[in-house]
Design a protein around this ligand. Structure first.
Ligand SMILES: [Zn+2]
Length: 460
């Protein structure tokens, strides 16, 4: 009976998938929803690929999943992944059922699954990962994710003992996940470590996870990312076996020290957040048995998905667009920090972060603005900031509270009109920061800016 229910779910969802494809509709979630509506334990009926990799954590999941998929595919592996679809249970079911035969047996060698932290309890009891990468656990949308202790708890309680964990050793939330899993590899970044430890505005790790004592920092890079120790019981950030020891921004390379030596790779993005993503990716692929040559070729050809980071050169200027999910204070603050400290003077910044869909069906929450560190925007290299979209007034208030000079702030309530609010005589390089729902408006703004500047280099 169990088997029959599973097969009906599989065939119905596969028929739906075929139909959606014929209609040229997005088929990355609905087939999975149908399968799970018919059989709640559908994921448990599938015969999975030989190796299953799960990628989880607050920030960086998509970047790591895409890199893993690209590098594995480049090396001849046949990979199932949910990179085009959703990372909750239905999206994972859709990806797996698409790449299975009519009896539910996997047709690919390996699955790379981006798994939303909140779906852990629905996914891992059925899809038991051989490897799991976790880059960080930080505060996220308070409405969706509550707090980090809750997220750590559900991931930890859902993971099977056999999973080999690849964890950020510079994040005490991530590195202490699932103590039942003995096979653990830690990675981190030693390069460019801060001289002294500034007290972070926001930290999600304050007390020792073992004894509850107040933790001290050897140094903190941002938020709780860095090296910490407990003076009361001696608990400290774990030793890392994959460590970035050098970031060479001039030659666009980075160096990783590991148990067998030291290797240098092409640097696809110099944002420190991504350097962590890269190191975790390398630790995992090495664990899978790929050689340095196989991995480094992937980094030579690698790229960050264009919707998340894109640069256009325009008459001697650069227009950079960056995506940071709305409601996610840390992702946004990381982008502010990156823009403030990237080389260059006279930067112009257009920020369209209002997570406009957030108020559909329930109430909108703007409390995340106060968990985001706006003080980076004080940086003198930033000449003008345009807050765009209906939440521009909230951003203005938050920025003023953070001590940002009001003289450099301009407001434009209609996000798509923001290009005309930017003073191109005062600003040299331009940064467009948007959330998922403002990607279209930012594309309009970018097009208008490119036209004003006489077209992108190479196009005219
Ligand atoms: Zn302690």
């Amino acid at each position: 009976m169990r088997k029959l229910r599973f097969l009906i779910a599989l065939w119905a969802s596969k028929a739906c998938l075929r139909l959606l494809r014929l209609l040229k509709r997005n088929a990355t979630c609905t087939p999975g929803k149908i399968a799970l509506a018919i059989d709640k334990k559908f994921l448990g009926g599938l015969r999975l690929p030989k190796t299953v990799i799960a990628v989880t954590g607050t920030n960086g999941k998509t970047t790591v999943s895409n890199l893993l998929t690209d590098i594995l595919t480049q090396n001849g592996y046949r990979v199932t992944n949910n990179s085009l679809g959703s990372n909750i249970q239905a999206g994972i079911a859709s990806a797996l059922l698409e790449d299975s035969d009519l009896l539910g047996r996997a047709k690919k060698d390996i699955a790379v699954l981006e798994v939303d932290e909140r779906s852990s309890l629905l996914v891992y009891p059925y899809v038991k990962p051989d490897f799991l990468v976790c880059n960080n656990i930080m505060r996220d949308s308070i409405k969706r994710n509550a707090h980090t202790e809750f997220i750590s708890y559900i991931i930890s309680s859902a993971l099977p003992e056999k999973t080999h964990l690849i964890l950020n050793g510079d994040d005490l939330n991530a590195s202490t996940l699932a103590p039942q899993c003995e096979n653990r590899t830690y990675f981190g970044v030693e390069a460019e470590k801060p001289e002294e430890s500034a007290v972070p505005f926001i930290s999600d790790v304050v007390y020792c996870p073992d004894c509850g004592g107040t933790l001290q920092a050897e140094y903190l890079r941002y938020n709780h990312i860095g090296r910490m120790y407990c003076p009361d019981c001696g608990k400290k950030s774990p030793e890392r076996s994959f460590v970035v020891t050098d970031i060479d921004r001039k030659n666009n390379t980075f160096t990783v020290r590991h148990p067998a030596g030291e290797d240098t790779y092409s640097l696809i993005s110099d944002n420190i957040v991504n350097v962590y993503n890269f190191c975790g990716t390398i630790a995992l692929l090495t664990g899978l048995g790929l050689s340095y040559e196989q991995i480094s070729r992937g980094f030579d050809a690698g790229k960050i998905v264009k919707s998340r980071f894109d640069q256009v050169r325009c008459g001697g200027r650069t227009i950079t667009s960056l995506m940071a999910k709305g409601q996610n204070p840390i992702a946004c603050a990381r982008c502010f920090d990156y823009i403030a400290h990237v080389p260059g003077e006279n930067k112009g910044l257009i920020i369209s972060e209002d997570d406009v869909e957030d108020n559909n069906g329930n109430s909108e929450s703007t409390c995340w603005l106060y968990d985001c560190d706006y003080s980076y925007l004080q940086n003198k290299s930033i000449r003008q900031i345009v807050f765009a979209g209906p939440r521009c007034y909230d951003h203005l208030l938050r920025a003023r509270l953070a001590g940002v000079d009001p003289a450099k702030i301009t407001l434009e309530p209609v996000a798509a009109n923001a290009a005309s609010a930017l003073d191109l005589t005062a600003c040299q390089d331009i940064y467009l920061l948007h959330d998922m729902y403002r990607a279209k408006d930012t594309a309009v703004v970018k097009k208008a800016l490119i036209e004003k500047l006489g077209g992108a280099d190479g196009e005219n």
